[in-house]
Design a protein around this ligand. Structure first.
Ligand SMILES: [Zn+2]
Length: 307
């Protein structure tokens, strides 16, 4: 058996998989609000213990952990993790000692990409890209069947490619990042900006509300979703120009509303992509949803001990 962990700013996903990649145990726990690494690791320990108890087992061969940041080459340190305010911290030692397992760290979006590649929408697509659309925009690149991490583990930060000027600053401190145009935060901020400019008192609090306005035919909702879709297409065209993948999969919470914008997105991509002589990548929605990260981390952790 092997475990996968997906650490997010709000929740931590914990899964235990069997020898045929079947999910035997899955639990979501709250992320400790102090973001104290030791507290978070102890919470994970308890969740894994609960899983082992439920399954009547006591051994975990490997534990793969996805974190929202970059990790060291030997996969035992988090180099930087903006959302959790972590800088150069060792992570996983408590888990390794407690369960006698091999513990390894990965970027969370790369883990999710690997999950979709092994078990989900990117299966049989050895050169493919997952774009996760949530509060921000993340990317997981699969190149020749492996996660592509770049020279320093910082590749696939697709949300921070610069695509134009924007009216607010990205969490990374720069202006014009893709995720300030194509993410849940971007949709809410833009929609409320337009309401304000038109002296309307109505405000939205979530991307879901913007999508609802759009499907109801509200002019501002339609405009906001179209802007989101156009910029997402620009991001995808840039990814195609750089990587030439055979498939691009959209994951994250906003992919649940994919039926509202997917066809228009494909039209923009078809129109704007470069070499029209070659087939365009297939663009489709995630199959694993929020479990992609935890499953991918488990599979990467298992691969680390079998390679
Ligand atoms: Zn940025």
């Amino acid at each position: 058996m092997y475990a996968g962990i997906d650490i997010g700013g709000t929740t931590v996903g914990v899964a235990i998989l069997g020898e045929s990649d079947e999910v035997l145990f899955y639990e979501k726990i709250d992320t400790d609000r102090s973001y104290d690494p030791e507290k978070i690791e102890l919470d994970i320990c308890r969740a894994v213990e609960r899983g082992l108890f439920v399954l009547g087992r006591d051994k975990i061969e490997s534990i793969g952990i996805g974190v929202p940041g970059i990790v060291s080459k030997n996969r035992d340190r988090v180099i930087a993790c903006t959302n959790l305010d972590w800088k150069d911290i060792a992570f996983g030692r408590i888990l390794a000692e407690k369960f006698g397992s091999n513990v390894s760290l990965y970027n969370d979006a790369s883990s999710a990409g690997y999950g979709e590649f092994k078990l989900g929408a990117m299966k049989h697509s050895p050169n493919s890209v997952l774009m996760t659309l949530g509060t921000g925009l993340g990317g997981g690149i699969i190149r020749d069947s492996h996660i592509y991490e770049g020279a320093n583990g910082a590749a696939s930060e697709l949300g921070h490619m610069t695509v134009g000027d924007n009216f607010y600053t990205c969490g990374c401190g720069r202006v014009g990042c893709l995720e300030t145009f194509a993410s849940g935060t971007a949709l809410v901020k833009y929609t409320n900006k337009v309401f304000m400019e038109q002296n309307q008192s109505f405000r939205v609090g979530s991307a879901r509300e913007v999508f609802d306005l759009c499907t109801q035919g509200d002019e501002i909702g339609v405009q906001a979703v179209d802007r989101f879709t156009r910029y997402l297409a620009i991001g995808i065209v840039n990814v195609i120009a750089t990587i030439d993948p055979e498939k691009i999969v959209l994951g994250g919470g906003l992919s649940l509303s994919g039926d509202i914008y997917l066809e228009k997105l494909k039209e923009y991509v078809m129109e704007w992509r470069y070499f029209k002589e070659i087939p365009p990548p297939v663009i489709e929605l995630s199959r694993l949803g929020e479990k992609a990260g935890v499953l991918g981390a488990a599979l990467l952790g298992r691969d680390a001990i079998s390679s």
